[in-house]
Design a protein around this ligand. Structure first.
Ligand code: FE2
Length: 449
């Protein structure tokens, strides 16, 4: 029986399909834009290759787009036809895909972790669990997942770098920068094209306020992003975040237009409303406006895309970003329609339903209230969810925009207790003096006056 790049049996009669499958896995963990081409080659060589169909389904769901769920379901059906002759591991992957399609993320992650108990080298299960834990705001689960399998891996294995990248990111999100950085350094030393390692290191530098070093580091790594997928946009966003902290707002806007929100780029044209790109863009415009930077008409295309996706709650963290765009364009009725759709989703049984209902909903309402001049209401809506909003997913660097929303509302409403509350929280989560942080320095000054 053929095996994948780590020696795990895969059920296919075609050596060509097996080789293309390995290229797909490698492309996936290296964030390469041509990954779907390799997967298509695998399925072309063997149309009954169950695990390749499952992978196709996984890729559909990784877009966090309700419109792609039907294609994921179709991939699961295709996998099912051939699943009878496959290994228990492949069958567990099909069960995980089906649970993910149904929106049962706890069961999905549980199945991947079960696979990893028996097959700690299953990089697909590992990476998918890492990623989905991240988008549920579970950094401790990300770290535990690594710690369970780390000793089973060796530096000689293909993909060892990606394990270290994930280790760096998990530790960084847990606030353990001293453990995170060496893992990330090693990851990019093994493979400079490892975008996740570069990204994890960018986070360490962001959290520690190493802006000059961060800009130089990303500049140095940028030649290795040729052929990368949208994670390259997010890396440019990180670079823009360093410039933002240095009050270099022209540089931020330049990166916005030429790099992470370049509407003419092939990557953006292929997926104009991809969740991570929408988050990057909206979060940066919101931050810039707080600094009284004129962002022109940039919100409009974001609002158009948000409006077209109303009712899609597959990415909980994207929802406040969509609402920011709608509110910035004065589309309040549309915003209310989105709230209604979120309420309907919140009545469902999916893992994200209570998260959308109890956390995303009040925050989205707060976004609207804040933009319509009702800052006090925005504060009241957000205060109860400050300690649970990490469940929306996203990193500390990304969640920062929600903290800034609350802070801005508290300042506008002159709720000094709430300003203080947020500053205490911000100081706890980021080991950097508030006076050195653009979004927080003025608030700190206001409190001491
Ligand atoms: Fe990031």
């Amino acid at each position: 029986m053929p095996a994948d790049l780590h020696g795990l049996p895969i059920t296919t009669a075609s050596a060509e399909a097996a080789a293309a499958f390995d290229r797909t896995l490698t492309g996936y963990f290296k964030y390469r834009a041509d990954t779907p081409t390799h997967l298509a080659a695998a399925l072309e060589a063997d149309a009954d290759f169950a695990l390749a169909h499952i992978l196709r389904g996984y890729f559909m769901l990784l877009a966090f787009n309700q419109n792609q769920v039907a294609a994921a379901r179709e991939a699961a059906q295709a996998a099912k036809k051939a699943i009878g002759t496959t290994t228990p591991r492949e069958q567990q992957h099909l069960a995980a895909l089906e649970a993910w399609i149904a929106g049962d993320l706890d069961r999905t992650i549980g199945l991947w972790e079960e696979i990893l108990v028996a097959h700690p080298l299953d990089v697909l299960a590992f990476r998918l669990a890492h990623f989905n834990n991240f988008w549920l705001g579970r950094p401790a689960a990300m770290r535990a997942s690594i710690e369970r399998i780390e000793s089973k891996w060796g530096a000689e294995l293909p993909g060892y770098g990606t394990l270290l990248s994930c280790k760096c990111f998990a530790y960084e999100e847990c606030g353990d920068y001293a453990s995170a950085e060496p893992a990330g350094r090693k990851a990019v030393e093994i493979d400079a094209e490892d975008l996740w390692g570069t990204h994890a290191l960018a986070h360490v530098m962001e959290m520690q306020g190493r802006t000059v070093e961060g800009i130089a580091f990303l500049n140095q790594m940028e030649p290795h992003w040729q052929g990368a997928n949208n994670l390259a946009h997010h890396l440019w966003w990180h670079r823009a975040l360093y410039h933002y902290e240095r009050r270099e707002f022209e540089a931020v806007l330049d990166l916005y237009d030429r790099r992470f929100r370049n509407l003419a780029s092939p990557l953006t044209q292929a997926q104009p409303d991809l969740y991570i790109d929408m988050q990057n863009a909206a979060a940066m415009l919101f931050r810039l406006e707080r600094q009284r930077v004129d962002v022109g008409e940039r919100w409009v295309e974001l609002a158009d895309k948000a409006e077209a996706r109303i009712g899609d709650c597959r990415s909980a963290f994207t929802l406040p970003h969509w609402m920011m765009a709608l509110a910035a364009c004065g589309r309040y009725a549309t915003g209310n329609r989105m709230l209604e759709a979120m309420r309907a989703f919140g009545d469902g049984r999916e893992t994200l339903a209570p998260i959308v209902r109890d956390v995303a909903l009040p925050i989205c309402e707060a976004v609207l209230a804040h933009r319509t001049g009702n800052a006090g209401r925005a504060v009241d809506l957000m205060r109860p969810v400050l300690e649970t909003m990490h469940c929306l997913g996203g990193s500390h660097a990304q969640q920062d925009v929600l903290e800034q929303l609350f802070l801005d509302a508290a300042l506008k409403a002159q709720r000094l207790d709430d300003v203080r509350r947020l500053l205490v929280r911000a100081a706890r989560d980021k080991p950097l003096p508030l006076a050195q942080r653009v979004g927080y320095a003025d608030a700190e000054k206001a409190l001491t006056q």
